[in-house]
Design a protein around this ligand. Structure first.
Ligand SMILES: Nc1nc2c(c(=O)[nH]1)N[C@@H](CN(C=O)c1ccc(C(=O)N[C@@H](CCC(=O)O)C(=O)O)cc1)CN2
Ligand SMILES: NCC(=O)N[C@@H]1O[C@H](COP(=O)([O-])[O-])[C@@H](O)[C@H]1O
Length: 230
């Protein structure tokens, strides 16, 4: 199999994207990062990608919502997801009924590295049809704090004595949010009286390890599957 191609989805700072970029540079991850797509034009991760000469693209929900009555947003959101899938698969929003750019590269793996939007079936199904794997980094243990603000929620639960452990995981992305098969789970102890900031710093450090190890595991699975089918 030629060098696997990875596309990374971000929404913000991009510290986990940077961890992947650095690991590819150090050849810890054998892959080519073909593109970074952000759901926000303000994401610092876009600058991180550009600094490493990685092509970027901004795909924002607000461009689909602008001037729309709120009642029309669900339809617009489906189009957002459909267009994102076409961008990734065909290099254009119109899908295969439009000219695919000659230099377009289709990824073998998509990594959600702080992508803060729920991906709908309009996105997931075309990617599944193309056999493009999707993984996500989530700062909680399986089934513990699904969704957003997991770090804050875990810290508060720890301070309230409800839990003594939290963690981070890299999991396969399925429609049910943060419920996909975990590829990697790393635990972290909650420390009484620890500040949220200090806890957050420890979690992010663990994430930067997990996102690299999880990507390596996912790429190994993909490579093995392709070798089997060849
Ligand atoms: N279908 C799936 N989509 C996504 C998954 C997944 O497992 N299945 N993982 C997430 C990442 N994520 C947590 O790890 C996550 C991100 C965002 C949300 C969410 O509720 N987003 C809201 C907007 C929130 C906001 O703007 O602050 C939304 O999409 O409406 C939940 C989980 C990536 N997507
Ligand atoms: N539910 C998804 C979620 O909460 N993702 C979280 O967003 C942050 C992105 O940081 P980064 O932009 O510095 O990589 C990370 O903490 C990641 O776990």
């Amino acid at each position: 199999m030629s060098q696997p191609k990875v596309l990374i989805l971000i929404s913000g700072n991009g510290s986990n994207l940077q961890a992947i970029i650095d690991s590819v540079a150090k050849k810890e991850i054998n892959a080519k990062i073909i593109k970074v797509i952000s759901s926000s034009a303000d994401a610092f991760g876009l600058e991180r990608a550009s600094n490493s000469s990685i092509p970027t693209f901004v795909h924002t929900l607000k461009n689909y919502y602008k001037d729309l009555p709120r009642g029309d947003r669900p339809k617009a959101r489906k189009q957002f997801n459909k267009d994102l899938a076409n961008l990734i698969i065909y290099g254009n929003k119109e899908g295969d009924d439009d000219e695919t750019p000659k230099d377009h590269e289709k990824p073998d793996l998509i990594v959600c590295a702080g992508w803060m939007l729920i991906l709908s079936p309009e996105f997931l199904s075309p990617l599944e049809d193309e056999k493009i794997s999707i993984i996500n980094l989530h700062p909680a243990l399986p089934g513990q704090f699904d969704g957003t603000h997991a770090i804050d929620r875990a810290w508060k639960a720890g301070q309230d004595g409800e839990i003594t452990k939290s963690g981070v995981m890299v999991h396969k992305v399925i429609q049910q949010v943060d419920a996909g098969e975990p590829l990697l789970v790393k635990e972290i102890d909650l420390i009484k009286e620890e500040s949220l900031e200090d806890f957050e710093e420890r979690v992010h450090k663990l994430e930067h390890e997990a996102i690299v190890e999880g990507t390596v595991i996912a790429l190994k699975e993909i490579t093995q599957a392709k070798e089997k089918s060849d």
